[in-house]
Design a protein around this ligand. Structure first.
Ligand SMILES: Nc1nc2c(ncn2[C@@H]2O[C@H](COP(=O)(O)OP(=O)(O)OP(=O)(O)O)[C@@H](O)[C@H]2O)c(=O)[nH]1
Ligand SMILES: [Mg+2]
Length: 293
């Protein structure tokens, strides 16, 4: 049998469930998931390997009109996902209408490569509503294969997976067959800490935070990690730490537990908070954190 391989890139509005889907398709918790928009900031590869195929999924940030440099870099990741896709997954959720970014939407409807349109969060809606939405999206994106799914409950995700394999081009693999992702262990540590910050802090705080893991030392029975939470201003530092350190302690405890599961090893996590003024608008800092080449 011939070998199939290709890039299957997931794009869509913020918070529609792109990361939930990628994790379900790959079967690993690679991308962090929260109820807040703009959880994903990077393009993250999740690779599914089999003797006969290699699917390279890409999770991407939700499409927005960028207001500062970090968000511009996030949209550059989305652009890159348009450029190398062999199959494009355009995800929408039942309640929404359309992409706010007209240029991206035009790219989807004029796409020369196959587009799978996923109507997600079907678990939250009625039969009538779903039927109406299917008709709406078939009309709006006529070049697409439309599927109704629940990424959260893994409803119909199998059918999407089989469709992807059908649509994959014949090709040798792009990555070694034992590779799961393009990201480092430190990246997943940073993301896990950021997930806890998105979950536990309000308003602007999570968006002002970047995490950097300064050291990651794996020993026989433990991984020793030192990470720094960076905020833009002094007041934010106080909020992150909380009364007598209670808030940061919770972040550390929860992140450590999840990381132990992820790495399947005992983890010691040493967390610090530093100020990195206006890092979101600083070219050098964005490069340092992997948002720019
Ligand atoms: N009810 C329901 N909720 C879902 C489903 N899929 C995802 N969610 C929830 O929707 C929220 C956003 O999910 P994510 O996977 O982080 O969405 P995303 O599109 O990656 O978001 P960004 O990275 O911010 O663009 C989370 O609270 C998920 O649990 C679904 O099928 N049904
Ligand atoms: Mg996401």
């Amino acid at each position: 049998m011939t070998h199939k391989a290709g890039f299957v890139n997931i794009i869509g509005n913020p918070n529609v469930g792109k990361s939930t889907l990628m994790n379900a398709l790959v079967g690993e918790k690679l991308s962090i998931i929260t109820s807040k928009a703009q959880t994903t900031r990077h393009r993250i590869l999740g690779i599914v390997n089999n003797d006969d195929y290699q699917i390279v999924f890409s999770d991407t940030p939700g499409i927005i009109e960028p207001a500062y440099e970090l968000q511009e870099s996030m949209m550059d990741f989305v652009k890159s996902a348009f450029e190398d896709a062999d199959v494009l997954i355009y995800m929408v959720e039942v309640g929404e209408k359309e992409l706010k970014n007209e240029a991206f939407f035009k790219k989807i409807i004029n796409s020369k490569i196959p587009v799978i349109l996923l109507l997600n969060k079907v678990d939250k809606s009625t039969q009538e509503e779903v039927e109406e939405k299917i008709a709406y999206w078939r009309n709006k994106v006529p070049n697409s294969f439309v599927y109704v799914i629940s990424a959260l409950e893994k409803f119909n995700v199998d059918s999407v997976f089989y469709k992807i394999i059908e649509l994959l081009p014949e090709s040798p693999p792009f990555y070694p067959k034992d590779q799961l992702t393009d990201k480092s262990e430190r990246f997943f540590v940073n993301e896990k800490i950021r997930e806890k910050i998105l979950q536990h802090y309000k308003k602007e705080i999570p968006y002002s935070v970047e995490v950097e893991t300064e050291s990651f030392v794996e020993e026989d029975d433990i991984i020793k990690i030192r990470s720094v939470i960076m905020v833009e201003r002094e007041t934010q530092k106080g909020i992150i730490i909380g009364h007598k350190g209670s808030a940061i302690k919770r972040v550390g405890t929860e992140a450590r537990k999840d990381l132990q599961q992820f790495f399947e090893k005992k983890v010691f996590l040493d967390l610090h908070v530093k100020i990195n003024k206006n890092w979101r608008s600083n070219d050098r800092q964005l490069k340092r954190f992997g948002y720019k080449d």
